[in-house]
Write a protein that binds this ligand. Structure first.
Ligand code: SAM
Length: 257
């Protein structure tokens, strides 16, 4: 289990209830900018505790089917959806890692925020995303990608050493190539490191400062210090663009089942 209850509480303190990634509703809406989601069937891969799904349902009118692999995360997501009164618009399902348990062409849009880095086989992932999208449907996501030359970037290497999550990061070029190999067209990626650089610094300041006592109420002091070191490393890795939050887009060509 990578996202136990205590870790979820810690992330919610920094990023807001329902969010296991940065940027809040504004960043979620930026990922789907320009798409008309009213009534659209949207799959959210790696939905976390459902902050993004609640934003999309409420702000765009999308019908969300959200999947995640962790029981604790899924339970927490259902709690938020119920508290927001959005059960008719958002379904949360726990799935096993691997193939997506959905029919071909089942969704108008596949969305994901900062979760695909946990899925090692990008080729298989994009093939599945392509399969479950209807022809003409859109894949709109963000993910943590490795920057150009990341392997030789000391800040990025430090982050890999001190970060405690399992992940497999690709570069933007590798990700775009994997999307095109799956059949996507109009593939694009937008590096968001410029945006996150300043926010990541402010988050570290908050973890060291105003949020410290609250975090220490949910986490023991050793966990707090280890996490602070990881968050500093993440900040430095983003600052040097070894680590790049990145928006991704691709279209499944119309007429292609
Ligand atoms: C960094 S969190 C992001 C959650 C949410 N999208 C957000 O932005 O708040 C990553 C999520 O991916 C989930 N995850 C990990 N491996 C997965 C897989 N193979 N399929 C779907 N979700 C996965 C984790 O359980 C976790 O909830």
């Amino acid at each position: 289990m990578q996202y136990p209850k205590e870790f979820i509480e810690r992330l919610h303190l920094v990023w807001g209830t329902g969010f296991l990634s940065p940027g809040g509703p504004e960043e979620v809406l930026r990922i789907v900018e320009g798409l008309d989601l009213k009534g659209a069937r949207v799959l959210d891969i790696g939905c976390g505790t459902a902050g993004p799904a609640v934003t999309l349902a409420r702000e765009t009118g999308a019908r969300m089917l959200c999947v995640d692999v962790e029981d604790v995360v899924v339970a927490r997501a259902r709690r938020l959806v119920a508290a927001e009164g959005l059960e008719e618009q958002i379904e949360i399902r726990r799935i096993a890692p691997g193939l997506l348990p959905f029919d071909d062409d089942a969704f108008d849009v596949v969305f994901s925020k900062d979760s695909m880095l946990h899925i090692p086989d990008k080729g298989a992932l994009f093939a599945e995303v392509f399969r479950v999208l209807r022809p003409g449907g859109t894949f709109a996501a963000s993910d943590w990608l490795a920057g150009v030359g990341a392997d030789d970037n000391p800040a990025f290497r430090r982050y890999l050493e001190v970060g405690h999550l399992d992940f497999e990061m690709a570069t933007a070029a590798q990700t775009e190539a994997a999307m095109r190999a799956a059949g996507f067209e109009q593939v694009s990626s937008t590096n968001r490191a410029g945006w996150y650089r300043d926010l990541a610094s402010r988050e570290v300041d908050a973890i060291e400062g105003p949020l410290r006592d609250e975090i220490l109420r949910v986490s023991d002091p050793v966990t707090y210090e280890t996490w602070l070191a990881a968050r500093r490393a993440l900040r430095d890795a983003v600052k040097t663009e070894g680590l790049c939050p990145t928006h991704l887009r691709g279209i499944k060509p119309a007429g292609q089942a």
